[in-house]
Every structure is written in structure tokens, then in C-alpha cells.
Design a protein around this ligand. Structure first.
Ligand code: HEC
Length: 214
């Protein structure tokens, strides 16, 4: 490689500037007289890229010192504020009553017809509901569906809407609207209601703020 700076690309010039590396073959110029068992030491300058990084950390530390120790920052207060904000968000979510999806399914009706309930039971297994709620509805990934505590609200309309529109994002309960017909969702909700107050083998602890039936 040529030593002539004119012939270097912009990048090579930049690298040269940032490393200030000593030219190969010119080690003698910067050789120190330290010699340990034949291992000798070069007196290289600190590479500018490293020095600049160091200066930046010094600048940041001054800024940080002023912020943390001279300003009115308070870690405990930040935590308290965050918790208060979180609580406000939860309260707002609860107040909105998310269960009231834009579409209302008032035409859907709970059924107590044994045929519908049998179909609901069959669907509960065939549509994989049992994978998360268990065959006796005791709950595993999803909540226990036999107790009177509900995450998303009890009663036919809300249960029907949960099956239709799903649970909160990311929880695992998807919207079944596209995969299960309205009649079948109606049978599923009716079956779940018919299972109220039964005793599953391993009931999951109650979850949710809503109580139904009271
Ligand atoms: C992948 C796991 C999974 C599958 C499969 C699943 N669920 Fe769920 N289910 C959940 C979870 C998790 C929740 C809680 C959602 C939340 O917290 O927002 C839930 C909530 C519910 C609720 C409301 C419970 C409450 O306390 O408000 C009902 C009703 C329900 N599921 C019925 C069904 C039916 C019917 C099916 C089958 C068509 C089904 N689920 C399939 C995981 C599942």
C-alpha cells in the first residue's frame, strides 16, 4: 500500500486519522527500551477513535451528574409516578368496559336446549378450547370458566362477545368470529353458562374483577 496520502480513499484516510497507526516497518521509531524476555514494547499513541469515545463519556458524566445530583430528579418519585400512571390506565381500561365491543350481539340468545348444550360441549373439544380451558373447564392457560369470577365479564352476552372478539391482546384468547359460526358460538356460550358452579378436578384460582352471577 502506498504511503502517499493523496492515493488513499476517503475511508482509508478516515481510518488512518482515527487510528494514527504507526506505519508497518517503522516500529524502530517508537520502540521503548522495555525488554522482558525478548518481548519489547512499542510506544503507540492512543488511537483517536478511542480517545474521542473517552471524551464523550466524560461529557456525558458531567451532564448526568448535573441531572441526577443537582436537578430535582428522584428515582423513588419516578417509580411512584409510574405506578400511579399505570393505575390510572388500568382504571380507564376498566371504565371503558372493553367487553362492549362496537358490534352488539343482542340477537344471540342463551340456549338451555339439551341439544345445543351437547353441541356446545362437542365444539368446546373440537375447536380446541379444551387446550387452554381444560375439558372440565377448570382452566390452565385460560381462566377457569366454572367459577363466578370473570376477566372479561360474565353473562351470555359478554361470554358470547369474548368468544367472538377474543380477549385482551397477547393473552392467547383469539377472536373466533372467522372460524366458528355464530350459531356455534351461541352453543359454546350456552354450554359454558350451563357449566356454572360445577366442580372441576383442578380448578384454577379465580381470575378477574367481574362477578357473575352475583
Ligand atoms: C390458546 C389458549 C386458548 C384457547 C385455545 C381458548 N382460550 Fe379462551 N381464554 C384464554 C385466555 C388466556 C383467556 C383470558 C383472556 C384475557 O385475559 O384477556 C381466555 C378467556 C376466555 C373466556 C373469558 C373468561 C373470563 O374470565 O372472562 C371465555 C368465555 C373463553 N376464553 C372461552 C373460550 C372458548 C369457547 C374457546 C374455544 C373456541 C377458547 N376460549 C379457546 C385462552 C384460550
Amino acid at each position: 500500500m502506498s504511503n502517499n496520502i493523496e492515493n488513499l480513499s476517503a475511508w482509508q484516510r478516515f481510518v488512518k486519522k482515527m487510528t494514527k497507526a504507526n506505519e508497518l516497518g517503522k516500529e524502530e521509531d517508537i520502540m521503548t527500551d522495555h525488554d522482558y524476555d525478548g518481548i519489547r514494547e512499542l510506544d503507540n499513541v492512543l488511537p483517536p477513535w478511542w480517545l474521542y469515545g473517552f471524551y464523550i463519556t466524560i461529557a456525558i458524566s458531567i451532564f448526568y451528574y448535573i441531572m441526577i445530583f443537582m436537578g430535582n430528579y428522584n428515582q423513588e418519585q419516578e417509580y411512584v409516578d409510574d405506578v400511579a400512571n399505570g393505575k390510572k390506565e388500568v382504571a380507564a381500561w376498566m371504565a371503558q368496559d372493553k367487553i362492549d365491543h362496537p358490534e352488539k350481539y343482542t340477537e344471540a340468545k342463551a340456549s338451555t336446549d339439551p341439544k345445543d348444550l351437547a353441541k356446545g360441549k362437542e365444539l368446546f373439544a373440537s375447536k380446541t378450547c379444551t387446550a387452554c380451558h381444560l375439558a372440565d373447564l377448570g382452566g390452565s392457560i385460560g381462566p377457569n370458566l366454572t367459577d363466578n369470577k370473570w376477566v372479561l365479564g360474565g353473562g351470555f352476552e359478554k361470554i358470547f362477545n369474548t368468544i367472538t372478539k377474543g380477549g385482551r391482546p397477547g393473552k392467547g384468547m383469539v377472536a373466533w368470529e372467522a372460524k366458528i359460526s355464530k350459531e356455534e358460538r351461541q352453543q359454546l356460550a350456552s354450554y359454558i353458562i350451563s357449566m356454572q358452579g360445577t366442580t372441576p378436578a383442578k380448578p384454577k384460582d379465580p381470575q378477574g374483577e367481574f362477578t357473575w352471577p352475583e
